[in-house]
Write a protein that binds this ligand. Structure first.
Ligand code: IPD
Length: 266
């Protein structure tokens, strides 16, 4: 259990929502028009846009002013400050969508204490959506409470399988085969953070990815936990530093999905 008083965390959540929404407006102003990607490649299918740096810089500066004692970790600029609490930022999650002018992207701002997710805020400005959660205080979408779905039958389920070039395509095909073998309907939306948030909101029944990084999931972990989803132990082992596989699911189908996919597939 965290040593931080709930009032200190509630104040941080209010600030995080305000800052992430402002960061979202900045990202919207910088969003490229629809068409071929306006971005540079950091690696195979790993995009970097002007907004990634600008949003991360904005959040780093604002958080340092308001909570100078807190640590910070950002995906893009390598900015890092240490502290008992650590803000973890993905300035644009779903960059491959964003770089082509799509609406499916978000600003992700999580707060962790060691291996415990305390707060999560995801703002999808082009969709007008703000997900937020504080440990022990529930999860919301635009202020209304959310819960993971009550689905129990995999043959009626909808499952997103996130893809990245960090794992071999063969492993991804085996994952997809396992999921489809259950009769579940498949999705891939290009934003791990929003896929996980959709599980929390009951819009899909599970999100699975063979490897994902801390900044992609830091906010979503708090939201999923508060929405009653079943989540694999992402922060175990080297999850903090190197990422891990993730499965987040409606509790009624989680065990069946593990059996059907052999999760975590190597
Ligand atoms: C990526 C997206 C993608 C997921 C990848 C992430 P980025 O993050 O969340 O959906 O499959 O694993 O790296 O590059 O858009 O911040």
């Amino acid at each position: 259990m965290t040593a931080f008083a709930s009032t200190a965390l509630a104040r941080r959540l209010d600030t995080a929502v305000q800052l992430a929404e402002e960061a979202g407006r900045l990202a919207l102003r910088l969003r490229p028009p629809p068409g071929a990607p306006v971005a540079t490649l950091k690696g195979a299918q790993d995009w970097l846009t002007e907004a990634d740096g600008a949003v991360e810089e904005f959040l780093s500066r604002q958080l340092a002013e308001r909570f100078p004692e807190d640590g910070f970790q950002g995906e893009e600029t390598g900015r890092a400050r240490s502290g008992t609490l650590r803000w973890v930022v993905d300035p644009i999650d779903g960059t491959s969508n964003y770089a082509r002018g799509s609406a499916r992207f978000c600003v992700s701002l999580g707060l962790i204490e060691d291996r415990t997710p305390l707060l999560g805020v995801l703002v999808a400005p082009a969709m007008g959506e703000t997900f937020a959660a504080r440990r022990g205080a529930g999860a919301t979408l635009n202020g209304a409470p959310i819960r993971a779905a009550a689905t129990t039958d995999l043959s009626r389920a909808m499952v997103e399988c996130g893809w990245s070039p960090r794992r071999p395509n063969g492993a991804y095909f085996r994952l997809v085969e396992g999921v489809m073998g259950t009769g579940a309907m498949l999705r891939a939306g290009g934003s791990g953070a929003l896929g996980l948030a959709d599980v929390a909101a009951g819009r899909i029944d599970a999100y699975i990815e063979l490897h994902i990084n801390l900044w992609d999931v830091a906010a979503a972990l708090a939201i999923l936990q508060e929405a009653g989803a079943t989540v694999s132990p992402f922060l175990d082992g080297n999850g903090l530093a190197e990422g891990n596989p993730i499965m987040a699911a409606a509790p009624g189908i989680a065990e069946g999905l593990v059996v059907a996919t052999g999760f975590p597939l190597a």
